[in-house]
Design a protein around this ligand. Structure first.
Ligand code: PEP
Ligand code: MG
Length: 578
């Protein structure tokens, strides 16, 4: 009999295949004492395990195919660095000697101590570091216990076509599994904004999270169906269910290959309104996909990746070389470089703030606030962008503006840098456009003021919704309030678009809302003409634009602006006058 399990679908797609269960948490670590004269041998045993763990990780790194779109190497390098960190090397050795205990036990004590420190910190970045500690510790423990590495952790094992089930997976697991060719994965823990979920979406692997207790009902090698759009797993499906999902899978494939044909088609509505579809990009490796999906340019280049997995921030030359490389790949397509948006949920070593972790980091010193306070961090980036602008069309996008004073300070800094460059005869684009992100309600309400002094605006709905609804966007407990259709949100979006129109400057949207097809019609009706979305969803958005009639949608959107809640807004937008 079929068992249906329900979780949260975080990456769409249907997979049908055998299960591979990953059980990482079930190592039986016991304490036993070691005689004083054997302590050196025990330390040696631990050192050997460290050496083997390093060798395993290096072997995995060597087998990563060049075509992989995500920076797997960076994940593996982080773990390799941890294998050299005194906290995981010298400290367990000290404990072995001091407590006369076995290496597994010493490592467990050290792991518990490290995790306890992370647990006390209310910091999303450090929480992900806790997962990394567990990942590395687990690998060493398996070696100490002479257990074979998990299948997906080996460089020479393939899991092609398998659906991976686990209690939880780290982002590192996810990327390694993609390398092994898995069909899909599901976890008992996790939420839609976890790193693992985001990675699954960007890798295009169907995935479900939050399937509580699923491992009680699923065994290795059992056949299951995973529907990542609906968040459903069918264990031991009946024949008719298999046939139904096989048909859906085929339809999905056909749909995506049909979408591929839209690549070179312009995004024009039935009533001939032109829409510009830009791409959002994070890693330099993703830039090729911009050209592949036929985006008209990059509407949001998040530059935080430049600061990851390192101790010091990049200098001007490194910024410049990176941007120049990206401009070359884009071959004349415009590139919108967002200046540093660190702080809150985006903490990285190379730009880490000093001082205590604040209670409300999202309301604290982040993005442009941090940049203005620390010009040594900001100036090299600005100068590099301006210098790079000589190589191709570049725009500067400033995140999280909340008052005009901040904007004026940035404009002043840019003008000072240009003067410096002029004096040194260093060339740059004198028409370089400067835009601001509208992601704080205060800026949306006063969008007209920003529109008068900037060249373009871009609505960052991820933050705009968070701040409008007063919820932390990474807090699962208040996620239910995260509603892009809330009347307050759509009115702020409308106000911003109107302000841009009045001042005759373009207004784009680069938050996730722009790439979710269920909102495309509403956004068109509200007057949005520039969308910046993840390349993976660009063609789907284009299809909806091509099938839309803007004059009809304007009528519906005007009605939606008077609705009293998000459900009403959704119902209105489902109406059609045709
Ligand atoms: C946003 O807030 O909508 C946005 C695009 O920026 P980020 O998600 O990087 O904060
Ligand atoms: Mg933002």
């Amino acid at each position: 009999m079929t068992i249906a399990l329900h979780g949260m679908g975080v990456s769409r797609g249907i997979a049908i295949g055998k299960v591979h269960v990953v059980k990482r948490d079930q190592l039986d670590i016991r304490e036993y004492s070691i005689k004083r004269n054997r302590l050196d041998d025990e330390v040696k045993r631990f050192e050997n395990a460290l050496t083997n763990a390093r060798q395993q990780l290096r072997a995995i790194r060597e087998h990563i195919p060049a075509s992989t779109s995500v920076d797997i190497e960076a994940f593996i390098d982080t773990h390799l660095l941890m294998l050299d960190d005194v906290a995981l090397t010298k400290e367990p050795m000290r404990l072995i000697k001091e407590l006369c205990c076995n290496a597994e036990w010493a490592l467990k004590l050290q792991r518990d101590a490290l995790v306890a420190v992370f647990d006390e910190m209310d910091d999303a970045y450090l929480r992900t570091r806790k997962d990394d500690v567990d990942y590395v510790v687990n690998r060493i423990q398996r070696l100490l216990l002479n257990q074979t590495p998990l299948k997906h952790e080996k460089s020479d094992q393939r899991l092609t076509g398998y659906i991976v089930m686990a209690n939880d997976l780290t982002p590192a697991d996810t990327v390694l599994m993609q390398h092994h060719g898995i069909a899909a994965f599901a976890t008992e823990l996790g939420g839609p904004t976890s790193h693992t979920a985001i990675l699954a979406r960007s890798l295009g692997i169907p995935a479900i999270v939050g399937l509580q207790n699923a491992l009680r009902y699923i065994k290795d090698d059992e056949e299951i169906i995973l529907d990542g759009s609906r968040g459903i797993i069918l264990v031991d499906p009946e024949r008719h269910e298999l046939l139904h999902y096989q048909r859906l899978q085929k339809e999905e494939k056909r749909y995506f290959s049909k979408l591929g044909k839209l690549k070179n088609k312009p995004a024009i509505t039935l009533d001939e309104v032109n829409v510009a579809l830009y791409a959002n990009i994070e890693l330099p490796k993703d830039f090729e996909t911009v050209v592949e999906v036929g985006a008209v340019g990059v509407g949001l280049y998040r530059t935080e990746f430049l600061y990851m997995n390192r101790e010091t921030p990049p200098d001007e030359e490194e910024h410049y070389t990176t941007y120049k490389g990206v401009i070359d790949v884009l071959k004349g397509l415009p590139l919108t470089i967002r200046t540093l948006d660190l702080g809150a949920d985006k903490q990285v070593d190379g730009g880490r703030q000093s001082g205590p972790v604040t209670t409300n980091p999202a309301l604290g010193l982040r993005a442009i606030r941090l940049c203005l306070k620390e010009p040594a961090l900001f100036r090299p980036q600005l100068r590099a962008i301006i210098r790079a602008s000589v190589h191709g069309p570049v725009r500067i996008l400033v995140p999280m503006l909340s008052n005009v004073h901040e904007m004026q300070q940035v404009l002043q800094m840019i003008s000072d840098i240009k003067m410096e460059l002029d004096e040194l005869n260093i060339p740059y684009d004198h028409n370089l456009q400067i835009g601001g992100m509208i992601e704080v309600p205060a800026a949306a309400v006063c969008a007209d003021i920003f529109a008068r002094q900037l060249d373009f605006l871009s609505i960052g709905t991820n933050d705009l919704i968070q701040y409008t609804m007063a919820i932390d966007r990474v807090n699962d407990e208040v996620n239910y309030l995260y509603d892009p259709l809330n009347p307050a949100v759509i009115r702020l979006i409308h106000t911003t678009i109107k302000a841009g129109k009045k001042e005759n400057i373009p207004v784009a949207m680069c938050g996730e809302m722009a790439g979710e097809t269920k909102y495309t019609r509403l956004l068109l009706g509200l007057g949005l003409r520039e969308f910046s979305v993840h390349p993976a969803t660009l063609l789907e958005v284009k299809q909806i634009i091509i099938d839309s009639n803007v004059s009809e949608l304007q009528t519906l959107a005007n009605k939606a602006l008077k609705a009293s809640n998000g459900i009403e807004v959704a119902n209105i937008m489902r109406e059609t006058t045709a």
